[in-house]
Ligand binder design. Structure first.
Ligand SMILES: Nc1nc2c(c(=O)[nH]1)N[C@H]1C(S)=C(S)[C@@H](COP(=O)(O)O)O[C@H]1N2
Ligand SMILES: [Mo]
Length: 199
């Protein structure tokens, strides 16, 4: 009933300040994929950073795992309104991956095995804000959640956190990704409820 849900959503409880507007907390970990789960053999997996013309950096699975890793615990927020608090991951910081990359580019297009893409300003990937995660809750990241490795950018809606991540293309001009072309907000800040075009 509308009256009950209105009263409920109006009630403030401890921890609410961690919940962006219009979201609810779920203990579950829903799977949201726009297509089938791609299966990439680890001996064929690679992650690249390119500038649209040439590959600037490339890792295979073995060299990727040789990089220093971080464990981090973050809250995640899906545009379909569920939020999950305190998810624990292990991965490589994008600061590590970009350490030797010299670029004037301002934008990034992240691409995944299977063809998914998502765009964001390059600066949102840097400064301890984004990781490529390969473990979730101490286990190898499950294929349906993006294993072997996915991007995590927890300060933006979760569609920016590309599963089965394959590479990042640096660009001087912004270019919308898969959901951004289909009406999702270009930036996707959950605290400003930037869900769709025009929000
Ligand atoms: N490659 C790829 N990454 C993706 C998606 C997708 O369909 N394909 N869906 C996005 C969306 S809309 C969300 S909410 C999250 C869901 O992650 P989860 O399935 O692990 O909950 O992944 C994002 N990353
Ligand atoms: Mo989503």
């Amino acid at each position: 009933m509308a009256i009950i849900s209105k009263g409920f959503s109006g009630r403030r409880t401890a921890g609410d300040e961690k919940l962006p507007p219009g979201q609810y907390i779920t203990p579950d970990f829903p799977v949201l994929s726009a297509g089938p789960t791609p299966h990439v053999p680890l001996d064929q997996w690679e992650f690249t950073i390119d500038d649209g013309a040439s590959v600037l950096r490339r890792w295979d699975w073995k060299s990727f795992l040789d990089l220093p890793t971080e464990t981090f615990t973050v809250d995640i927020h899906c545009v379909t309104r569920w939020s999950k608090f305190g998810t624990a991951w292990e991965g490589v910081s994008l600061d590590t991956l970009f350490a030797d990359v010299k670029t004037d580019a301002s934008y990034a297009l992240v691409h995944s095995y299977g063809g998914y893409t998502t765009n964001l300003p390059l600066e949102d990937l840097l400064n301890k804000q984004a990781w490529i995660a390969f473990k979730y809750e101490n286990e190898d990241l499950a294929p349906e959640h993006g294993g072997p490795a996915r991007l995590l950018v927890p300060h933006l809606y979760l569609w920016k956190s590309a599963k089965w991540v394959h590479g990042i293309t640096l660009m001087n001009q912004d270019k919308p990704g898969f959901w951004e072309r289909l009406g999702y907000h270009n930036y996707g800040d959950p605290w400003r409820e930037q869900r769709y075009w025009g929000d």
